[in-house]
Structure formats: C-alpha cells, structure tokens
Design a protein around this ligand. Structure first.
Ligand SMILES: C[S@@+](CC[C@H](N)C(=O)[O-])C[C@H]1O[C@@H](n2cnc3c(N)ncnc32)[C@H](O)[C@@H]1O
Length: 282
C-alpha cells in the first residue's frame, strides 16, 4: 500500500514536472523568438519598418562612411543601425520598447555587427544625440517639429535623414525615392537636411560690410562695398556658404574665427574673408 502510494505520488510528481517542463519549454522559445507586428503601438509612434531598399538609399543620400556615427531615433528592429554598421560606421539605435531593443541586439549579433551596432532602451526625447554625425528617423511630422530646435543646434554639417516626414518650413536639401521594382511598396521617400552653420548678423570685410539674414539654410542680405549696396542671395550647406551679389559668386567656409573663401566675378577670381562685427543673430 505504502509502496503503491509512493509509486503513485512519484508518478504524479513526474507528470507535474514533465508538464511544467513542457510549459517552460513552450515559454522559452516564445520569449526569445519575439515577433513584432507591423503597426504595434510604440511610445510616441507605432512600429512600421523602413523598407530595406529605402534604408540603403537613406544611408546613400547621407553619404555614410566608416568615419560616421549614425544614430537612429526610434530604431525598431535595428535594420538602419545594422546597415550603417555594415558600411563601417559606428551606429546606435535609441528605442523605447525593450523587446525591440533585445530583438535588434539579436539581429545585430546574427549579422556579426554586435560591436559596431549598439542599442539603448531610452526615450528619444530624453536622450543626448549631439555626438551623431548622421541622424536617421522614421517618426511623425509633429515629432520632427518637436525635435527641430534640438536638431538645428547640432554641429553644422550633421546630416539628418527622415523617412517620409518633413520638417515644416525647413526645406530639405535633397530627397530620394525607392521604387516598387526595388521592393518598396509604401513609405518610399526620404528627405535629407544638412544642419547649417549660424551666419545671421553683421560681418566685416576688409573692403566693406556684409549683413546676413538667415532662415534655416537660406540666406539673404546686403553687401556694402565702395559706398555701393548690393543684395545677396544664397545658402548654407553645413559650414559652407555660397551666395551671389550682383555678378559675383562668393563661396567660403565658416569657422569660429570667421569666413574664408573665394569670389568669382567677370573681373576674375580672388580671395575674400569676413569676421563678425556684431552679435550673431539668434
Ligand atoms: C515607425 S518605427 C521606425 C523604426 C525604424 N527606425 C525603421 O525605420 O525601420 C518608430 C519606432 O520608434 C519607436 N518609438 C516610439 N516612440 C519612441 C520614443 N519616445 N523613444 C524611442 N523610441 C520610440 C517605436 O517603438 C518604433 O519602433
């Protein structure tokens, strides 16, 4: 009786342990094989992956090289970060959903990119991305606008690429499309902005004065030389300045010490330089 009771209890214990083992075995793969669903909610934006053909074009348009530090804001399954790492760049994904972070880390490791492609679980609004040389994102128009002041404060020349959504009245510098033939069905356009150096305000030239009004990368203003005032119109591309004043074409590079460059006119080509003569316009 005792023996049969023991056998029955042992059998019961074995069944329970087998059952819980089976349940554990079922649980385990489910937690490691997390499968995100397109459209699943995210903190501020749902998850929709950028088609790989557009990821490639976004990194092309930003001219990503091994010298870059690419940060993807809201990095989803990590595809943009991993693709940038494959190009030799250091790349970081900032993603709020911890399951997506873990998935990205697994994806990066599976592609042998675990060193260069890293991910952090964080809120993009509370994370410092000022060290990036390239920012990629696929967010929403109002989020882009909310981020815009921070982006405009980044180092001049930082490239920003956004899948589908623009930056309000800050016009993009270039755009790119992926086609259906290339495997892109939706969200197939991306826009590039280059953070412009701040040049608004008054400048002194050896031969006169330059006043610049800057709206994002666009510049207008007046050049006064030899008692003559000429309107200028041009643009910034990072720290590169170019504008026309009458028939003269000015190009140059802006640094903390001023602007230095060349000017081409019917009279020939020469050098020009300018230093700040007042406070920079805010
Ligand atoms: C449209 S998906 C883009 C994913 C990826 N960048 C791509 O292009 O394939 C947006 C991602 O942002 C994440 N996200 C939403 N709000 C966020 C926030 N405040 N901070 C960080 N990530 C966020 C979502 O979880 C989602 O993965």
């Amino acid at each position: 009786m005792m023996a049969s009771h023991f056998v029955r209890r042992s059998f019961l214990a074995l069944c329970i342990s087998l059952l819980s083992g089976a349940a554990f075995a079922q649980d385990k793969p489910a937690s490691t094989a997390y499968e995100p669903e397109v459209g699943q909610s995210g903190k501020d934006v749902v998850w929709v992956p950028t088609p790989q053909s557009l990821v490639d074009k976004m990194l092309d348009i930003a001219k990503v090289t091994p010298a870059d530090y690419v940060i993807d804001l809201g990095s989803g399954d990590g595809r943009t970060v991993i693709t940038a790492a494959k190009r030799g760049a250091r790349a970081l994904g900032i993603e709020y959903n911890p399951d997506m972070v873990a998935l990205s880390q697994r994806n990066a490791a599976a592609e042998g990119m675990g060193e260069k492609a890293t991910f952090m679980k964080a809120d993009l609004f509370e994370t410092d991305f000022s060290q990036a040389t390239v920012i990629t994102m696929f967010l929403l128009p109002d989020i882009n606008l909310k981020l815009r002041p921070k982006i405009l404060g980044l180092k001049p020349g930082t490239r920003i690429v956004s899948n589908s959504f623009t930056m309000g009245e800050w016009e993009h510098d270039r755009s790119v499309q992926a086609t259906e033939k290339e495997g892109c069905q939706s969200y197939c356009s991306a826009y590039l902005w280059i953070v412009p150096a701040k040049v608004g305000g008054a400048w002194k030239l050896p031969e006169g004065e330059l006043t610049i009004k800057q709206t994002f990368q666009m510049i207008t203003g007046t050049l006064k030389t030899g008692g003559k005032s000429t309107s200028i119109k041009g643009r910034m591309s990072g720290d590169h300045i170019s504008f026309k004043a009458g028939d003269a074409e000015y190009r140059g590079r802006v640094s903390a010490s001023g602007i230095k460059g060349t000017v081409k006119s019917q009279g020939g080509t020469g050098d020009w330089s300018a230093t700040r003569s007042g406070k920079a316009a805010s």
